[in-house]
Design a binder for this molecule. Structure first.
Ligand SMILES: NC(=O)c1ccc[n+]([C@@H]2O[C@H](COP(=O)([O-])OP(=O)(O)OC[C@H]3O[C@@H](n4cnc5c(N)ncnc54)[C@H](O)[C@@H]3O)[C@@H](O)[C@H]2O)c1
Ligand SMILES: N[C@@H](CCC=O)C(=O)O
Length: 522
């Protein structure tokens, strides 16, 4: 079988991928420091100010100067998107699909260079970065295929059973107009590209706002879309605008809908804001997680250790899907915890662009400071640190935000089992039964991903009881992480997501449209 990169295949890529990544990374490094404008109405637009963005790997490495959007830029971008909306909506579906597929091809052509940039900007390792960019290309193709397979969501219904009249009926899904896409720092390419592709293919025009620490990814994506031939105004980029810019975008009277990906708190605030106007507007909110894994007394411990470690420490624990708590049956707990401790101690931390490195820095100074504060909290609250538990400051580590992957054992009622940490800190607790595990797993307002390692009967029972939108069984490639478009629909239950319909699922694209029933009597 030819190699196809996904988050489950990325652990064993062909050697050529490494060579190409290294060549691209050298090229990207040589071109650092450029100034990047906003992209509005099909043009590069100068901003009132520019922020110097540095790499979390080495804070003296200036990646570039990036335009800082203002609330006035929000107005300009929304006006450009509004002006382009009618024409884009009426662009023949075949032409829209062709542009989506061209965008996918262009992203794929640039995958190595853009992945090197993502690795420098976020601090994720080379395979995670390649995965993120490739995933974005796959989102564009997936949504184009899905829109096409559903006939553009335009369906003929039976004529009315009228004698002497011909009364035809149709259900037509129509776009909302201008769609805002607000993105978190951890997947600034894929979590921009996915919703942008969905909004565009369904006929909306888009205003995108990335996270303040990761504006480069959105800028690169804008470049791909421009080169794919998207008409002016159909896609607009506000860079990594501030939270205030995001708030102004959400509250703009001409924004018809929003896809927000980020924390639970901000996602809930945005939903309230979108309900507070004269009429409700749609919000797709993909929010935080507090993802758990159950390791039963029948688990294959070798698989469990690998899957748990990959999901807890990939991207330094900064995935919404990251594993942050394990409940292990007391019968196998000693063995499992000893093996997991050894595995965590063996993880290679360092410059994530280098081949052997599994874990890079945390992405921001804020995350670094929060890790430090959590160590103090753990020391005060009796968590037992089994591995890691320290800032890494020697040699080149001192240049960036490096911390050690950390494993902590504590009783299941320890407060850190309840909060999303979004850091490389994995909590483990011993339990007396699978029922006890499940009660802890479900005892959270969040419900994004969950995993289990156990036998067939335990797995059936787990899947029947667990309150999470994305589940993985006996998966060494990742106990709770690693969904890929077309293979694993990805969306949260409860406080982790508001639609019940996952990203890249059969039910996703209709969220970007509204239905019109059309009855025409001849
Ligand atoms: N469910 C998912 O698919 C998913 C995926 C990735 C990340 N996340 C979650 O994202 C969080 C981490 O990302 P983050 O720290 O960037 O999240 P965040 O909520 O702080 O910010 C996300 C985005 O929202 C913007 N923003 C902040 N306040 C706003 C407001 N009032 N109005 C409009 N926009 C506003 C930010 O500028 C940023 O672009 C974690 O909780 C993680 O679990 C969820
Ligand atoms: N799609 C990624 C998570 C994205 C959120 O941060 C995964 O499935 O692990």
């Amino acid at each position: 079988m030819a190699f196809s990169l996904t988050y489950s295949t990325m652990f064993n890529p062909p050697a050529e991928m490494h060579d190409r990544f290294e060549a691209a990374a050298a090229k990207v490094r040589a071109g650092l420091g450029a100034r990047h404008d906003l992209f509005i109405g099909g043009k590069d637009v100068k901003a009132a100010s520019y922020a110097r963005v540095t790499s979390p790997i080495d804070t003296s490495l200036v990646l570039g100067e990036f335009a800082e959007a203002t609330v006035a830029d929000v107005d300009t971008a929304v006006a450009a998107a509004k002006a382009a909306a009618a024409r884009w909506r009426k662009t023949p579906v075949a032409d829209r699909l062709a542009i989506m597929r061209r965008a996918a091809d262009i992203i794929e052509e640039r995958v190595y260079e853009m992945a090197a940039a993502v690795a420098l900007e976020v601090g994720k390792n080379r395979m995670e970065a390649l995965g993120e960019v490739q995933e974005t290309a796959d989102f564009f193709r997936h949504y184009a295929d899905d829109f096409e397979a559903n006939g553009g969501f335009d369906r003929k219904l039976p004529n009315d059973p009228l004698d002497g009249w011909v009364s035809t009926n149709r259900s037509v899904m129509k776009p909302h107009g201008v769609w805002a896409v607000i993105v978190p720092f951890n997947f600034p390419f894929a979590l921009a590209g996915g919703p942008i592709a969905a909004a565009l293919v369904t006929g909306n025009t888009v205003v995108h706002k990335g996270a303040p620490s990761t504006p480069w990814s959105g800028w690169m994506l804008a470049d791909c879309l421009r080169d794919a031939g998207l008409p002016a105004g159909v896609f607009n980029d506000l860079g990594g605008g501030s939270d205030e810019v995001g708030k102004a975008l959400v509250g703009h009277k001409d924004v018809g809908g929003v896809t927000f990906t980020g924390s639970h708190e901000v996602g809930m605030a945005i939903q309230r804001q979108m309900l507070a106007g004269k009429f409700p507007k749609p919000v797709i909110a993909e929010m935080g997680g507090k993802n758990a894994c159950m390791v039963t007394k029948h688990a294959d411990l070798e698989r469990a250790v690998l899957g748990c470690s990959r999901s807890a420490f990939g991207l330094s624990g900064q995935k919404c899907s990251a594993l942050s708590r394990i409940y292990v049956d007391q019968v196998v707990a000693d063995d499992f915890i000893a093996r997991l401790t050894k595995q965590v101690e063996s993880l290679v931390v360092g410059n994530p662009l280098e081949k052997p490195v599994y874990m890079g820095p945390v992405a921001t100074k804020e995350a670094y400071e929060r890790y430090k504060a959590l160590l103090a909290e753990l020391a005060a609250s009796g968590g037992k640190i089994l591995a890691g538990g320290k800032l890494l400051t020697e040699g080149d580590f001192a240049r960036g935000f490096f911390v050690a992957p950390t494993l902590v054992e504590a009783p299941a009622d320890h407060p850190l089992f309840a909060r999303e940490l979004f850091l490389p800190i994995l909590m483990v607790a011993r339990v007396a039964s699978n029922e006890e595990s499940m009660s802890h797993i479900n005892n959270t307002p969040l419900g994004l991903t969950a995993g289990v390692f156990g036998n067939a009967a335990e797995v059936d029972w787990f899947l029947d009881h667990v309150e999470a939108g994305v589940t993985y069984v006996n998966r060494p490639q990742g106990a709770t992480t690693g969904a890929w478009p077309g293979y694993q629909p990805f969306g949260g239950w409860k406080g982790s997501g508001n639609t019940g319909c996952a990203i890249a699922s059969f039910y996703y694209l209709p969220r970007y449209m509204r239905e019109q029933s059309q009855t025409v009597v001849e």
